[in-house]
Design a protein around this ligand. Structure first.
Ligand SMILES: Cc1cc2nc3c(=O)[nH]c(=O)nc-3n(C[C@H](O)[C@H](O)[C@H](O)COP(=O)(O)OP(=O)(O)OC[C@H]3O[C@@H](n4cnc5c(N)ncnc54)[C@H](O)[C@@H]3O)c2cc1C
Length: 361
């Protein structure tokens, strides 16, 4: 069997690793050429189990070695940093953070030659025997199965399920990164050292999470990366000035202005951020799609069930999809479409349940 994957994101690369491990030929087409932005992803047992299934043991160990130190608690604070709520973490539960850029570098290891960068999938022609993948620039690739792992704006979904809706929820999040150098560490409020924090300030919220690498990624030949605090300032679109055309520095300036009456330690943390790494997320969310006729083309991750990052589930579920689809295709024999149907049936259930959970406040 030969599988084509659109998108070398978290889910697409997890799937490629899983298929390789199961002895299935795989070719990944990734639209972009550059390195992905590094920001914190929280992983729980769903991602932990999926990565263990998909990755060769040495790469799974590498994910763990370069993950962040586990958090001790989740805290809610007021904008004056007064404690509102605190939940201790369960030390027995798998719960960690990873840097998205480092994770993708690890997930790409050993796939040399199987990933084509600068290769945008624009559509496909499916028949009873296989799929012809169409690429920007006129290229074609013939495979037995095509998996759309091409994210929230998926070209594969647009062709397969043209009426599947993705809604703009109206929420906007300005994300930034503050490197944990000595002066920043010295003034880090204690609750922020402890784990994930939500600071509530009327119509605006600030989420923060540390990434303190257990081992520096460069020790393993990965790109050098320093410890940082990720923060995301969220509000309804109309609570911010127009954000769409702003540069990273412009977004950073809006974030600083928005919290100008907050506790001085929070202001200092955001002021110390690497302004050029600030970016905007327009929160989009999929809407449940009724079952569709199975075929040799399927979807995983944000391509079918995009959700708000606030729930911390999107990447966990994309990796679950990757592990489940690997298992389905590895056991398919000649019944490829039947295996895809079984994968899609359960993926729709847990995937859209996670979307709905991420919409709850
Ligand atoms: C700031 C932020 C924080 C988040 N935090 C968390 C968290 O803590 N925990 C969690 O579980 N989730 C989190 N998420 C969500 C998570 O990042 C996504 O759910 C996850 O990345 C989805 O993986 P994916 O592989 O489906 O899509 P993506 O990771 O988006 O990958 C899609 C890939 O496809 C490529 N592509 C797009 N179109 C094409 C095309 N036509 N042809 C070829 N390639 C194409 C893209 O370039 C990209 O590389 C967060 C998201 C954001 C933005």
């Amino acid at each position: 069997m030969r599988v084509a994957v659109a998108g070398a994101g978290v889910g697409g690369l997890g799937l490629a690793q899983g298929l390789r491990r199961a002895g299935i030929k795989v070719r990944v087409f990734e639209r972009s050429a550059g390195r992905p932005q590094g920001y914190r992803l929280h992983f729980d047992a769903r991602a932990g189990q999926a990565l263990e299934k998909c990755l060769p043991p040495a790469l799974f160990e590498l994910v763990l070695a370069t993950a962040g130190q586990p958090g001790r608690a989740f805290s809610v604070l007021s904008r004056r940093l007064r404690p509102r709520h605190r939940v201790e973490s369960d030390p027995a539960a798998f719960s960690t953070s990873v840097d998205r850029g480092i994770l993708r570098e690890i997930l790409s290891r050993g796939l040399d030659g199987a990933i084509s960068y600068d290769s945008e999938v624009t559509g496909f022609d499916a028949d009873a025997d296989g799929v012809t993948v169409r690429l920007a620039g006129g290229g074609r690739f013939r495979a037995d199965v095509l998996v759309g792992a091409d994210g929230v704006h998926s070209a594969v979904r647009r062709s397969l399920l043209p009426s599947a809706p993705v809604e703009d929820t109206g929420s906007r999040v300005i994300y930034g990164k503050t490197l944990l150098d000595d002066p920043v560490r010295a003034h880090l409020p204690p609750a922020l050292r402890d784990g994930f924090v939500a600071i509530v300030g009327g119509h605006v919220g600030l989420a923060t999470g540390l990434v303190e690498f257990r081992h520096p990624p460069a020790e393993f030949g990965l790109r050098p990366a320093a410890d940082y605090l990720m923060w995301g300032l969220s509000a309804r679109r109309d609570r911010f000035p127009p954000l769409d055309d702003l540069t990273p520095a412009g977004l950073h300036a809006v974030a600083l202005r928005t919290i100008r009456f907050w506790h001085r330690d929070v202001r200092a943390l955001l002021a110390a951020a690497a302004a050029d790494e600030t970016f905007l997320v327009r929160v989009r969310s999929s809407v449940r799609v009724p079952a569709w006729p199975p075929s040799r083309v399927t979807l995983l991750g944000d391509a079918i069930h995009a959700m708000s990052p606030a729930g911390g589930s999107g990447a966990n579920i994309a990796l679950m999809d990757a592990a489940n689809l690997t298992a389905a295709l590895a056991g398919a024999g000649s019944e490829v479409v039947t295996a895809i149907e079984a994968y899609e049936r359960s993926m729709r259930d847990y995937g859209f349940a996670a979307v709905e959970a991420s919409r709850r406040p």
